[in-house]
Design a protein around this ligand. Structure first.
Ligand SMILES: Nc1ncnc2c1ncn2[C@@H]1O[C@H](COP(=O)(O)OP(=O)(O)OP(=O)(O)O)[C@@H](O)[C@H]1O
Length: 781
């Protein structure tokens, strides 16, 4: 029997070896052609560049600037325009050519990673295609490589076994009989390993990829996209695509692949600057910024919600990530936050906006030199003098127009006044020249000239006032926001949020004090901006076509509703794990419900990802038990060590063990992140580790870069990241006791790919009580 098996393996081994040879021969042929194409493209690029230089040289040598006559000026303008167009055309060609060249250079190293053989229904002949990062042809329609985003490539990812499968084309669904699915691991044009997929070796390649070590930059998953991830990547029909996925299930990876897919699918109609990705923090932005370039695409716009709002409020201190995380929330604050974060509060903001169309606007006097020029009562009277067809935007515009008109009237009146006329007589020649400016000095008579100078003089003096009108300085946004908060009891049922009117008054006093100190909590910022947008009639950014929001569980319904108003033409992809809500806690579970009311049902798709790829089976089995409903999470079968929980009486007793662990990890070539709860705790630990001779980098703010080697990082900055080994520092009952800490503990532990250690002095967090002791190793010091 054993002999039979051995023979079978030897036979298969020999067979695979000859397949590898054949495939390598084909790959060599393709690489040669890619090289030829590179040489051709380089020559092309050089000639376009030379062409561009020639146009520039021609321009500076031959264009004579003629400004003495009108026709001369027109002629010059036309020539300049023509030259600019020529240059622009060359510039576009160059950009396209260099992008193509970049892809070809990638293809030279790794032409493709998969082959599929299939027969299309009704075609009667078998086809075989190779799939890589970009398409490459050898003559019209002779594809040597298919782009992974081409419709047909989908069947490689849609997986399962061989046999009948279907794929979507822009013209509808097509069926094929899939006969072979072959994967290649390639380095520098050489095939290292070939896998033929059948029932027995389904995920061999994935296993190899997941076994690799972490990096300070995220990598693309193009070679091993899984079926459920493929659905997310290729969806084109939803206005809202909501991806709920376990930690490490590939949400971020899939969504970055999706951006690349959409840029390909809508080439010419969608550019990377029309795609925005909101990330949890700046560190994460930095972590993922190589994925799209690796896929041969340009990065989309990437920012955090904080950056997005903060840049509009430069003069206010907006609560930072750290403040938000580390503040101790009193029960009243929590109730208030629940209300302010809700869709009810958003609706109240809208209702208040509608109310302002009739009354309630707050204005500030417009002053000049300390004197009231336009009083707030006057401005208010103008504002509400327009009929009810005027909405807030038109009302504001019309008010400004009226104020400018009145200002002009005043300017004319002042210009003729004796006071001004006298002032002009006293001006020096230099000051007069400044008043004339570029204006021709051929006045019909002296009076006209004096009038002109008078106007100029007054206009100059009134300029700050004019600016103040244009810049809406007569609006009182702080006063208006406070007024809105005062009106809230009439707009929302406070009892629904378990709040009394007295409690709301307390909150109001707090916001007033905050605004005086030029501060704003994050839960007020969005409502504040939205109010300003309504009053000023700011239009949404209609050019943005795709908005991606990662770690959606940390957003509030209010913020999402606001983003939807801001990007009215965009389709949304939101991804998150309601089990990792570290800022919004229990609210996160109602988020999905609230989202459901914001988008049309038939245009909303919810996809669940339950398989976790990041961690070994042992780590995933452990981390999912931290959750109350973790049973839905399944581990990808990759074996590793059990997580280890080390306890000691005092913190000092633990340091030596942490150091020993770090050394072991280094010896095993594993990069470690030590994750603590607060920044203060991380700072203290960093010092202790450094005193023991460990070179560690402390990540203090999100604006830092992820360094190679061991890092110490507070939990709220570890979102979305992953590390070979994680040391959770001080998982004690003091740090993590409430049920609401569960999600944070889960987030920390689920950052580990290959090894997880937990250190505790004092009492272990009760959140571990429910974990089966068989799932970890307990070491008591
Ligand atoms: N199809 C895949 N092929 C290869 N690797 C994958 C695949 N899917 C996920 N991974 C890997 O699993 C890890 C986790 O992926 P990712 O960070 O995208 O997950 P996530 O769902 O966003 O996680 P979290 O919510 O915990 O931040 C990454 O290392 C990623 O490369």
């Amino acid at each position: 029997m054993l002999q039979l098996f051995t023979e079978k393996f030897v036979r298969e081994g020999v067979w695979m070896a000859s397949i590898k040879e054949q495939e390598q021969a084909r790959m060599d042929m393709v690489v040669t052609k890619v090289k030829e194409a590179i040489a051709k493209d380089q020559a092309n690029l050089a000639s376009v560049e030379a062409d561009k230089k020639a146009i520039q040289a021609d321009f500076s040598n031959n264009v004579r600037i003629k400004t003495s006559t009108y026709s001369g000026m027109m002629e010059t303008a036309l020539t300049v325009r023509q030259q600019q167009q020529l240059l622009q055309e060359r510039e576009n060609n160059m950009q396209q050519a260099s992008r193509r060249l970049e892809i070809l250079e990638k293809l030279e190293k790794k032409p493709y990673f998969a082959r599929i053989d299939f027969e299309e229904e009704g075609e009667g002949k078998e086809e075989k295609i190779y799939i890589g990062l970009g398409s490459f042809t050898d003559g019209p329609d002779k594809f040597l490589i298919y782009d992974w985003r081409a419709p047909i490539s989908s069947i490689y990812y849609d997986g399962g076994g061989l046999g009948e499968v279907s794929y979507q084309t822009p013209d509808g669904e097509r069926k094929v009989d899939l006969r072979l699915k072959r994967q290649f691991m390639v380095e520098d044009g050489k095939i290292k390993v070939v896998f033929d997929t059948d029932e027995t070796v389904g995920d061999q390649m994935l296993l190899e990829v997941l076994d690799e070590n972490s990096d300070t930059k995220m990598k693309s998953i193009v070679t091993t996209i899984q079926r459920e991830q493929n659905k997310i990547i290729r969806d084109t029909s939803s206005d809202l695509l909501f991806v709920q996925g376990a930690a490490g299930s590939g949400k971020t990876s899939a969504v970055l692949q999706r951006v690349a897919f959409l840029l390909y699918r809508y080439r010419g109609k969608l550019t990377s600057s029309q795609v925005i990705l909101f990330s949890p923090n700046q560190l994460f932005n930095d972590y993922i910024d190589q994925v799209l370039p690796e896929l041969g695409e340009q990065n989309m716009v990437q920012l955090t919600y904080y950056q997005h709002v903060k840049r509009r409020l430069p003069k206010l201190h907006v609560e930072t990530l750290q403040e938000r995380f580390e503040e101790d929330q009193a029960p009243l604050k929590q109730k208030v936050k629940r209300l302010k974060d809700s869709l009810d509060f958003f609706k109240a903001s809208k209702a208040y906006g509608a109310y302002l169309e009739r009354k309630g606007m707050r204005f500030k006097d417009l002053r000049l030199g300390g004197e009231v020029f336009f009083s707030k009562a006057h401005i208010k009277q103008i504002y509400y003098s327009f009929n009810e067809n005027y909405h807030l935007r038109n009302r504001l515009e019309a008010t400004k127009e009226r104020l400018v008109k009145e200002l002009n009237g005043q300017i004319n009146r002042y210009a003729k006044s004796d006071q001004v006329q006298k002032a002009i007589q006293d001006l020096s020649q230099e000051q007069l020249n400044a008043l004339y400016g570029d204006h021709p000095r051929n006045f019909a008579n002296g009076e006209k000239e004096l009038n002109f100078l008078g106007r100029q003089y007054v206009m100059h003096a009134f300029k700050p006032l004019h600016q103040a009108i244009i810049k809406n300085h007569f609006l009182s946004i702080n006063g208006q926001y406070v007024h809105f908060l005062k009106s809230v009891p009439a707009l929302v049922d406070l009892a629904k949020y378990d709040l009394t009117k007295e409690e709301w008054q307390l909150e109001l006093a707090q916001v007033v004090a905050d605004l005086k100190a030029k501060k704003l909590a994050l839960s007020d910022v969005t409502a504040y901006l939205f109010l300003y947008d309504q009053i000023s009639g700011k239009r949404g950014q209609t050019d943005i076509k795709q908005v991606f929001i990662d770690e959606i569980q940390d957003y509030t319904a209010y913020q999402l509703a606001y983003l939807k108003e801001e990007f009215p033409r965009a389709k949304f992809t939101m991804l998150g794990d309601l089990n990792q809500a570290i800022f919004t806690h229990e609210n996160s579970h109602s988020l999905l419900k609230e989202l459901g009311t914001m988008f049309p049902q038939d245009k909303t798709k919810v996809v669940q990802l339950t398989k976790s790829y990041r961690s070994t089976q042992q780590i995933t089995d452990f981390t999912k038990e931290i959750l109350l409903h973790g049973e839905a999470v399944t581990a990808f079968e990759r074996a590793g060590e059990k997580p280890r929980l080390t306890t000691a009486k005092t913190e000092a007793d633990l340091i030596a063990d942490v150091v020993a662990r770090l050394k072991q990890n280094q010896a095993d070539s594993l990069t470690t992140a030590v994750i603590g709860k607060s920044l203060a705790e991380c700072e203290a630990l960093t010092q202790a580790l450094r005193a023991e001779g460990q070179a560690v980098t402390l990540i203090k703010t999100e604006n830092q870069r992820l360094a190679a080697g061991t890092i110490v990082v507070p939990a709220y900055l570890a979102k979305g990241l992953e590390f070979d080994a994680v040391i959770m520092w001080q998982a004690n009952a003091k740090n993590y006791h409430a049920d609401s800490d569960r999600q944070l503990v889960y987030t920390i532990c689920s950052r580990a790919m290959h090894r997880l250690d937990i250190f505790v002095s004092g009492q272990v967090t009760p959140l571990f009580d429910r974990i089966d002791p068989k799932l970890y190793e307990l070491i008591t010091k």
